[in-house]
Design a protein around this ligand. Structure first.
Ligand code: AMP
Length: 288
């Protein structure tokens, strides 16, 4: 397995792959790899000939400097995980090679960036789209895998790839959960034992919402069902809970008959445990 550290070397490697007729599958990550990332890598390996995992804690997408500083960076372990998973190349550039002096171009999100994570994290999605566009450019990926865990990000990246004719197919991978249904996240390691145990309130809240949605049409009732579970957990501080249309991400007020099917309406939540912010979401009508 190769470890590549500059966009120029990355492109050169990608050119060789394409010349040899090999398709390239990209899994963009910020490292601290867990089973969720490993499943994305396995999915990429099924869909492409050569898998590239990028590991880059992108300063442009952190609106809180402290969150950037605290983000875990176990790069040696991550390289081992990638090697064991049969990854062809790890792309681990430095911030200086990604954003050299004089760097000034950004990708602006459209309306998909104005809801949920958008208002509370100014500049976040602009940073995400800019780095993802750069990663697509450097890796010349034919296909790229993103987790539904960051559902809004997945929708924004899909929209960008289409709007900007980037020629890369975007695939969303289902949320990978721990044994207690808490969504896997690199930020989970920053929870203490009590907080980690308390975090189970998130998947429980989303499940309660789905149960309520089976009979209720009013989205407020669905949100209330989730909030009741979250409010019951003293260690949890809710930032938002929202029911939204899966394609447009627009808030849903009344869940219509035609929307009561898998893939149409989702619920998402952002919840703080101390200074750790977790997000999760689910389809309201997938029956799972
Ligand atoms: P991150 O390293 O947290 O930026 O995540 C890299 C990619 O892995 C993103 O596309 C995430 O959505 C995805 N991902 C992270 N955690 C999970 C999870 N528990 N299930 C599915 N995908 C995930």
């Amino acid at each position: 397995m190769l470890t590549i550290t500059t966009p120029a070397e990355m492109r050169a490697w990608a050119r060789v792959q394409h010349a040899a007729g090999r398709s390239i599958g990209l899994v963009p990550t910020m490292g601290a790899l867990h089973r969720g990332h490993r499943e994305l890598i396995a999915d990429a390996a099924r869909r492409a000939d050569a898998v590239v995992v990028s590991i880059f804690v992108n300063p442009l997408q952190f609106n809180e400097p402290a969150d950037f500083d605290r983000y875990p960076r176990p790069i040696d372990d991550d390289v081992d995980v990638c090697a064991a998973a049969g990854v062809a190349a790890v792309f681990a550039p430095t911030a200086a090679t990604m954003y050299p002096t004089g760097f000034q171009t950004r990708v602006l999100p459209g309306a998909l960036g104005d809801v949920m994570e958008g208002p509370g994290r100014p500049g976040h999605f602009e940073g995400v789209l800019t780095v993802v566009a750069k990663l697509f450019g450097a890796t010349a990926a034919d296909i790229a895998l993103f987790g539904q865990k960051d559902y809004q990000q997945l929708r924004l990246v899909t929209q960008m790839a289409s709007d900007l004719d980037l020629g890369v197919e975007i695939v969303g991978h289902p949320i990978v959960r721990d044994d207690d249904d808490v969504a896997m996240s690199s930020r989970n390691v920053r929870l203490d034992d009590e907080q980690r145990a308390a975090a189970v309130c998130i998947p429980r809240a989303l499940a309660a919402a789905a149960t309520t949605a089976a009979s209720a049409h009013d989205a407020d009732a669905v949100v209330d069902a989730a909030r009741a579970v979250l409010d019951d957990e003293p260690l949890a501080a809710v930032e938002y809970v929202t029911v939204f249309e899966a394609e447009t991400l627009e808030p849903v007020e009344s869940i219509e008959v035609g929307q009561r099917r898998p893939g149409a309406v989702r619920i998402a939540a952002a919840v703080w445990f101390g200074d750790v912010r977790l997000i999760d979401n689910r389809d309201l009508f997938d029956g799972g």
